[in-house]
Design a binder for this molecule. Structure first.
Ligand SMILES: C[S@@+](CC[C@H](N)C(=O)[O-])C[C@H]1O[C@@H](n2cnc3c(N)ncnc32)[C@H](O)[C@@H]1O
Length: 216
């Protein structure tokens, strides 16, 4: 049975998702500031770009900016006039992300909002419906982010959530930490709720993906 392994990952990363100079510099910039190197992998970034393009997204939301790496991939998949709103709790990270979006020539198309996403989201309801949402913040918050997304994504809009596998912990019975339990609950709700057609992209740490249906 074919298996997605390190060799295939390297092969397809080089083939489909090579980073350009800007993305390389963004990743290096995050590392140089001593920030955690927990950005999505290039193939995950490319997949986000693909998803945003496939649903013709004009207005996208990202929860969890860090230094703007995944955000840059997403904006590159939006319609030419498309915009990204991205939420980051840490002011220093948000500032670096702004620098990186400027480096990428995308400053005019991205709003970096600083604060706790749980406090910012109620205000963003006024901007709904959104076309695309990417969740990549604290794992305990995923169920709440999913509930918000179900109310604020347009039918046909796409949701993606990082770390759906939690590095394998979701299938290890002994793993009962709050973050793993939250991801399990998130995956289960996404899979069973008729408001979503959901699946899992198995690259990186797993990306849960779903299309918003017409169900209320
Ligand atoms: C995994 S990193 C994001 C990586 C980024 N999406 C990328 O791939 O380039 C998660 C980020 O979410 C931020 N974060 C965590 N909890 C948050 C919250 N409740 N509200 C806003 N940001 C949060 C963290 O400070 C961190 O920078």
């Amino acid at each position: 049975m074919p298996t997605y392994n390190d060799v295939l990952e390297a092969h397809f990363r080089a083939l489909f998702s090579p980073e350009d100079e800007v993305l390389i510099r963004i990743r290096a910039g995050i590392e140089a500031r001593g920030m955690p190197t927990i950005t999505v992998k290039p193939e995950e970034g490319r997949f986000l770009q693909f998803l945003a393009a496939a649903c013709g997204a004009r207005l996208a939301l990202e929860i969890g900016t860090l230094g703007g790496y995944s955000g840059t991939w997403i904006v590159r998949g939006l319609q030419p006039e498309g915009r990204l709103i991205t939420l980051e709790r840490e002011a220093e990270r948000a500032e670096l992300a702004r620098e990186h979006f400027a480096l990428a020539g995308l400053a005019e198309r991205v709003e970096v909002l600083v604060g706790d996403a749980h406090l910012l989201l109620p205000r963003l309801t006024a901007r709904a419906p959104l076309d695309f949402i990417f969740i990549d913040a604290e794992k305990e918050g995923y169920p709440a982010y999913l509930a918000w997304a179900a109310e604020n994504l347009r039918p046909g809009g796409v949701l993606a959530a990082h770390n759906a596998c939690r590095h394998g912990k979701v299938v290890e019975a002994g793993q009962q930490d709050a973050a793993t339990e939250a991801i399990r609950a998130f995956n289960q709700r996404l899979a069973q709720d008729p408001r979503w057609i959901a699946s899992l992209y198995p690259g990186g740490d797993g990306m849960a993906v779903a299309v918003r249906t017409n169900s209320r």
